[in-house]
Design a protein around this ligand. Structure first.
Ligand code: ASP
Length: 425
């Protein structure tokens, strides 16, 4: 019998985790459901897996960027790649929010939803807007690199790693042993990912099972149009914007992309965190998409931190939803304001579960919509978060592939080789 490949096992974990979780949600016994399974076995497997991949984010981002920067032929290349990446990220996020506003005005998710549901749940709102744009920018320059590491401050780590890598290039021959050392460390960390990924099917199963077992499906009913409309728009952005870019600009096969992206999708879907997907993203980009580390080790960590098209789509939908629910008509100026603030909010959103909804307060407030309405959306936020996070990360990969192609840093032979998607190393 043919041996099951890792992506095959992950797919089975995805389907069986959701099914098991749904079955579990029907069980009444608190002892079996909550104590033994959700807070016991599933927590151990799911959180154990999540901790193991989070453990890798900071060292991998640091080592891969230092290595990539120190092996660049010309320093100017960093500036060029950085500029292209920023333009790409901001443009696609703006497109995402425009698409979302158009779709929301066609689907009308908030018409017929009653405001009284909101007032009963207002207590649940957490309107912390502590992560604003200025803080994000200042976070890029840490005062203490050890604090940046211990807090998982990816932008700060990127900044320090680039400085270090550039300095190693400038020193030249003398720094060669250090460059070699970083190359070895990079390979070792990629190998650690392979080891952890062997455990991915169990981790993904456990995370999904406990999510779906505790998910309040009754919250879905009044918001079904909002949830399905948002998910439909996420798919549309993937199909319409990303896949056309891949086909027409990159001249690359979308089928191959989707196939190789599947394990990353599963991790982001089950964890609702772009940063949890980052270690595997870096490895897949280099080993399976054929992108040179000189490109992907900048674009992917940066993208995981600042590029959130899925989050922007949710925010666009939520704005129209809230306006319709309160019977408020938005004018063209309001829509322009929403586009600008959602792009900024997406840059400021941390790549962990639920932060996109906290940042939604800023977008709603920018057009004077009642922030309290978020109380209603929080009930269904996790399911949307699970769907928007893989799109956030897919955008980072599309950008990486297109930039790599334009920089002659893409090995299309590796990209087109489907054999690479079957293995983990
Ligand atoms: N969970 C999202 C991410 O990590 C952020 C958000 O939209 O809340 O990409």
């Amino acid at each position: 019998m043919k041996k099951l490949t890792l992506p095959g096992k992950i797919l089975i974990a995805l389907i069986s985790g959701i099914t098991f979780g749904l079955l579990l949600s029907c069980i009444d016994s608190t002892l079996i459901k909550q104590t033994i399974l959700i807070d016991g076995i599933l927590k151990l497997l799911g959180t154990g897996f999540l901790n193991a991949i989070k453990l890798l984010v900071a060292p991998l981002v640091f080592v891969s960027i230092v290595y990539a920067t120190s092996s660049l032929k010309e320093i100017k290349q960093i500036g060029r790649i950085g500029l292209k990446t920023l333009i790409f990220y901001i443009t696609t996020t703006a497109l995402a929010i425009i698409l979302s506003l158009i779709m929301a005005n066609i689907i009308n998710p908030g018409k017929g939803v009653h405001i009284d549901i909101v007032t009963t749940t207002t207590d649940a709102v957490t309107t912390s807007t502590s992560t604003n744009l200025i803080d994000t920018l200042l976070n890029m320059i840490p005062t203490n690199i050890f604090v940046a590491f211990s807090e998982g401050n990816v932008l700060g780590i990127i900044f320090f790693a680039i400085l270090l890598g550039i300095s190693m290039t400038l020193i030249g021959e003398k720094a060669k042993p250090l460059v070699d050392l970083f190359e070895i460390c990079n390979d070792v960390l990629l190998q650690v990912i392979s080891l952890i990924m062997n455990f991915a099917p169990f981790g993904i199963f456990a995370l999904l099972a406990s999510n779906f077992a505790t998910f309040g499906f009754t919250a879905l009913i009044p918001l079904l149009k909002y949830v399905l409309g948002t998910i439909f728009t996420l798919c549309l952005h993937l199909g319409l914007v990303y896949m056309s870019m891949l086909i027409f600009i990159g001249k690359l096969s979308p089928m191959i992309f989707l196939k190789k992206f599947m394990p990353i999708f599963s991790i982001c879907f089950s964890t609702a965190s772009s940063s949890a997907g980052l270690p595997l993203s870096l490895k897949t980009s280099e080993k399976q998409f054929g992108v040179s580390p000189s490109v992907c080790s900048f674009t992917l960590p940066l993208g995981a931190t600042i590029n959130m098209d899925g989050t922007a789509i949710m925010q666009g939908f939520a704005v129209v939803f809230v306006a319709q629910m309160y019977g408020i008509t938005l004018g063209i100026n309001d829509y322009i304001m929403v586009i600008i603030t959602a792009v900024l909010a997406s840059i400021g959103t941390a790549s962990v579960p639920g932060v996109g909804t906290v940042m939604l307060t800023m977008v709603l407030a920018s057009v004077n919509l009642p922030v309290d309405a978020i109380a209603l959306l929080i009930g269904v936020d996790h399911i949307i978060d699970m769907c928007r996070t893989p799109l956030n990360v897919a955008g980072d990969h599309i950008c990486t592939l297109l930039i790599a192609k334009s920089e002659n840093a893409l090995d299309e032979f590796i990209y087109n080789d489907l054999k690479t998607s079957k293995q983990t190393d």
